[in-house]
Structure formats: C-alpha cells, structure tokens
Design a protein around this ligand. Structure first.
Ligand code: SAH
Length: 370
C-alpha cells in the first residue's frame, strides 16, 4: 500500500464494530477449520509460533518505522538495520504472505495496514506487545508451559527460580521495562472502551492500584476533568510512570504513590480501580490485595476490577489463552463470574454488577460488606 493510500484510509471504526468484526472473524476461522482437513488446520495452528517470532524480529528491527516515507528494498533495510540482507529478505517475504508488509515487482517492501501496527507511534501500535512476546525471557516461559501444567507452578519458577515475573523483573529490569511498555501498549487499545464503559461522573478521587505507567488512568482523567487520580504501583514502575503522566499534562491532577499492595494501598478513594491486577494472583494473594483495598476504602467507595471474565463452555474468548499466560508468568488465573463472586466473599466484598465494554474486557463492580 502506498503512503498516499494510507493517508486517505477510512476513519477508525468504533470499538463495538471491532468487537463485532472479531466475532465474525472467530466464526469464519471455525468455519474454515471445519472445511479444512483437520491435520491441515492443526499444522496451521502448530506453526503459529513461527509467525509470532517473525513478527517479533520485524518489530525489534523497527522495519515498519523505516518504511514511513515509502517502500524500501531489503538491501536498503539491511543497511539501515545492520543485519544480513538475504535473511531479512526471506523474513519480509514470509511476513508479506500474511499481509504484514507487501513486496512489489522491484522487490521493495511497503507498509500494509497490519505492518502499520508495528510502528512505534501508530495509534494502533502493538509493537511493544510484539517485542515482549518474542523476547527470550518471555519466549522461554512459553517454551516451558509443560512444566507449569505438570507442577501447577509458574514457568518462571522452573526457568528462573523465581515464583513469578514480578520477582524476576527485580533482577532483569530490561524485561520489566518490556513488560511495562507492552502493558501500556495493550492498554492504549482499550482505554477509551473502559473510560466510557462505566459512569465515572460525580467521582472526586480515583485510585488506580497496580496502574502501571497510568495509561488507563490518564484516559479516565482526560474524559472526566474534575476527577483527581492516584496512581499506585511498585517503585520501579512509578519511576517510569512519572514521565508518562507529565507528558500527558496530568502531573497536577495525578498523585504518584510507590508501594506494595500486599502491605497497604492509599486510603480515601471513591473508586479503587484494579485493571488486570487480580488475574495475576492465586486466591490467597488476590484476597490479600482485595482486603488491603477494603481497609483503605470509605463506606461509599466502590471497587472496580477490569478483567477478562471467562465465559462458559467452548465459547472462543481471548481470556482463555491469557489464562495460560497467567499460569506461566504470574501464577494467577482468569476467572468466571462465579469465581469472582467467591473471591469477593472471601475478601469482604459483594459483587454488584458486571459491565460489558466495547472491548473484550469487563468491568466488575463491587462494594464492601460491613
Ligand atoms: N493496570 C495496568 C498494569 C497491569 S499489570 C494495565 O492494565 O495496563 C500488573 C501491575 O501490578 C504491574 O504494573 C505491576 O508492577 C503491579 N504490581 C505487581 N506487584 C505489585 C505489588 N506488590 N505492589 C504494587 N503493584 C504491583
């Protein structure tokens, strides 16, 4: 696709439409799998790891950014990235067969809508997610999935002798940065769906527990100008969040607090938001975090979890594979609504409502029971 075509591409579809399209894609994939001989469908799925790692390499080399001003040959790209030309050509040819880059008759590669998602500044960027997924520390964890299935422990335990990734990041801060950037990246795709998926009006103080760099919090604060925010996370993450919050012009309205949610969390918020935090932990740890929130809350405060709520049966849902990510990396799990109710019971909360959003995430609202 030429740059001119890219500039005239239609406006971004709303999230509800994206969700509907994802459902259609799921059904089409299932239909396609049914029409294919099962062994062919299986080989496609087995080989998906090759696509994933090839995307990682292109993302890591920044190829999509180098094509911003138009198509380039593999020679030019190899020169700019300092890699082997023939190998790079083969990589890009493979990716082009999936619609990621397009090769022209002069053997130059150009951007496609999929390739644009690997650009660092694209609003649809998933580059940081691609990089984290393919980095050796993360790749090896999935390579050891079988150990988690055998023992019920994280693959981090088997691979790095640490109980979970958060403790591993203490010794490998670069991996920690990859994770924080990947989370910010993924968050940016769903921020507005979450900010508009719940009525935050009338709220004075929102405390975002384990908020990472604050991607969700900044979107909510921008959508609701009268809310003040508190971003709470581990000291190493808060150090990185400072720049993000300042860049977003929210330094005045957002307090940054470093701490450990197993010890305590900041008091007095009207809303305690935990987006994809509880899924990182097993029952005893999740209950500890929730109890600390309960202690910090006033009688009017509400708790909001943003999580993947696992649907029953064979329904396709991204949270089912994300659950394996939790198994290998953090020792947590994705839960059904009934499992969230049980967790709340154990921590002194009552589930009040589950809100669907224009994204795959759900907002689970709970209040403290006295
Ligand atoms: N809410 C963010 C990040 C979720 S990842 C988002 O959805 O994008 C889980 C977060 O929990 C990470 O930012 C991690 O640093 C934080 N975390 C893990 N252990 C913690 C602890 N003991 N105390 C405070 N935060 C912690």
């Amino acid at each position: 696709m030429s740059q001119a075509n890219l500039q005239t591409k239609p406006k971004k579809p709303p999230m509800a439409l994206i969700q509907a399209m994802m459902n259609v894609t799921n059904s089409l994939q299932k239909f396609r799998a049914k029409m294919m001989p099962p062994q062919v469908a299986m080989v496609e799925m087995i080989n998906a790891y090759q696509v994933s790692q090839a995307i990682y390499v292109a993302a890591q080399l920044g190829i999509a950014d180098l094509l911003k001003d138009g198509a380039k040959s593999s020679e030019e790209l190899a020169h700019l990235t300092g890699v082997d030309e023939q190998s790079l050509y083969r990589l890009l040819r493979s990716l082009a067969s999936f619609g990621i880059f397009a090769e022209d008759e002069e053997k130059r590669f150009d951007l496609t809508p999929l390739a644009v998602t690997l650009q660092i500044d694209s609003p649809e960027s998933v580059r940081a997610w691609a990089i984290m997924s393919g980095e050796k520390w993360h790749w090896n964890l999935w390579g050891n999935l079988i150990e988690s299935v055998k023992t019920g422990k994280t693959a981090v335990e088997y691979t790095f002798s640490k109980p979970n990734i958060f403790e591993y990041f203490v010794q490998d801060s670069q991996a920690g940065n990859h994770f924080d950037e990947a989370m910010t990246n993924l968050a940016s795709l769903n921020n507005s769906a979450i900010a508009t998926g719940y009525d935050f009006s009338g709220i004075s103080k929102l405390v975002d527990i384990g908020g990472g760099y604050g991607s969700h919090l900044t979107t909510i604060l921008k959508t609701y100008p009268s809310i003040k925010g508190v971003l709470f996370d581990q000291p190493s993450v808060i150090a990185g969040a400072k720049e993000f919050i300042t860049e977003n012009g929210l330094a005045e309205r957002c307090e940054l607090v470093a701490g450990d949610f197993f010890q305590s969390v900041p008091p007095g918020g009207d809303i305690y938001l935990l987006k994809t935090v509880i899924h990182d932990w097993d029952e005893p740890n999740a209950v500890k975090i929730l109890k600390n929130c309960r202690r910090a809350m006033t009688e009017h405060s509400k708790l909001l979890l943003v999580e993947a709520v696992i649907p029953p049966g064979n329904t396709p849902y991204f949270g089912k594979l994300l659950d394996l990510e939790m198994l290998t990396t953090s020792g947590g799990r994705e839960r059904t609504e009934a499992e969230y109710r049980a967790l709340f019971d154990a921590a002194g909360f009552k589930l009040t409502k589950v809100f669907a959003t224009a994204s795959p995430w759900k907002i689970i609202e709970a209040v403290g029971v006295s």
